[in-house]
Design a protein. Sequence first.
Length: 475
Amino acid sequence: MSVTAQTVWNNCLLFIKDNIQPQAYKTWFEPIVAVKLTDNALSIQVPSKFFYEWLEEHYVKLLKVSLTKELGETAKLVYIIKMENTYGNKQPFTEKIPSSNRSAVKSQNVDVPLNNKNPELRNPFIIPGIRNVKIESQLNPNYNFDNFLEGDSNRLARSAGLAVSAKPGGTSFNPLLIFGGVGLGKTHLAHAIGVDIKDKYPEKTVLYISAEKFTQQYIDSVKKNNRNDFIHFYQLIDVLVIDDVQFLSGKSGTQDVFFHIFNHLHQNGKQVILTSDKAPVDMQDIEQRLLSRFKWGLSAELQTPDFETRVSILKNKLYRDGVEMPEDIIEYVAKNIKSNIRELEGAIISLIAQSSFNKKEINIELARQVVEKFVKNTKREVSIDYIQKIVSDYFQMDVDTLQSKTRKRHIVQARQLAMFFAKKFTKASLASIGSQIGKRDHATVLHACKTVDNLSTTDKQFRKYVEDLTKKLSV
Ligand code: ADP
Ligand code: MG
């Protein structure tokens, strides 16, 4: 980190601190890390996307004023969202080596010896300007075992993780596959294992990567004609953590390359850790040979935490943030948000923020409002009526017109879109969708879904409709 980024940010902080409540300052500004200052753009690292959105929503003016004071009118702010490894401004987190340097990279067909500790040239993580970096593990130290609380719901996965980090590659848990629903701690646990290994075995090369980013790197490597370098790079890793492998579904090229990397690592006693939102038996469009590899080791499930675990997760979070909260409020939140730890944390953060920002006292009523928002957001099932309403509004017609028998093209299209979204967003059968959208039969609905699929690949304007409506229906 450059000194200037730090000093600029420190001055901003002084200003910000003077202008907001101490609690809000503590919650939203203390966790921020100034990363760099280039071209009058200050990059700050924030702990999550939620955090970034909160800052943008509530503090953007304050940030702007303070930064302009420091850097003048051309000042820019770039967010780096730490956990998700993406820049808030949607630029990729890492970039490939520019072509001029790539000519130095030899394409080899033999495996690189495993003691080769000099893989910089092939490192797809190299960030321009910072050359000769060692393979960065991409681990988030905030996700560790200490703050991954144990409960019945995660005991097996957690202990397996601990066993793996005590002896990476040396247990029968290879690969270790952690699976479970959204927000139940897969990413956290996967990082925790990596962080612990790095701690115990600093000389080991550990790499965390999401399956999505892995896929992107692979596609780039094919485009740039250095697929072998890509493979060799990954074969150098001692502990490879791939998050959300369900993302590889249907991507046969990436699966194939991963299969080879996996075999190489496994044969050489390297540890592989995978996470997935599904058990191996339920994964679709993953090649059989890869699925069978996934089953070689241990598949450990993260289940939904019970009430006690939810309470202790909340208490731990509050304790670490140095915030006090009445017991009954904590229990209220834990009782009402059951199936997703990320939401549980989100609710408590927003409660803290609400109270500090609006200077409100945290009481059950406030808790009820906050929880309701979270629960409503996740549980709201879109109805076919709602879909028809949104689609008609979008095309500025009323629902009766949308349902009418007319063959006018734009009305037919609106109707077809409504059917398509009813199929996509509800569990209703084709027949039931048809009867609710202008009394059509199931074949008409099926035809509508196919038409929408076709048009959205061939017609740009139409694709825009689908995208816009998807957004409207998903918020
Ligand atoms: P997933 O990858 O399964 O969607 P994450 O790992 O991102 O879920 O977890 C969501 C949030 O819940 C994270 O902030 C994480 O720290 C927290 N979390 C999950 N499990 C636990 C746990 N056992 N103890 C403490 N925090 C947890
Ligand atoms: Mg995750």
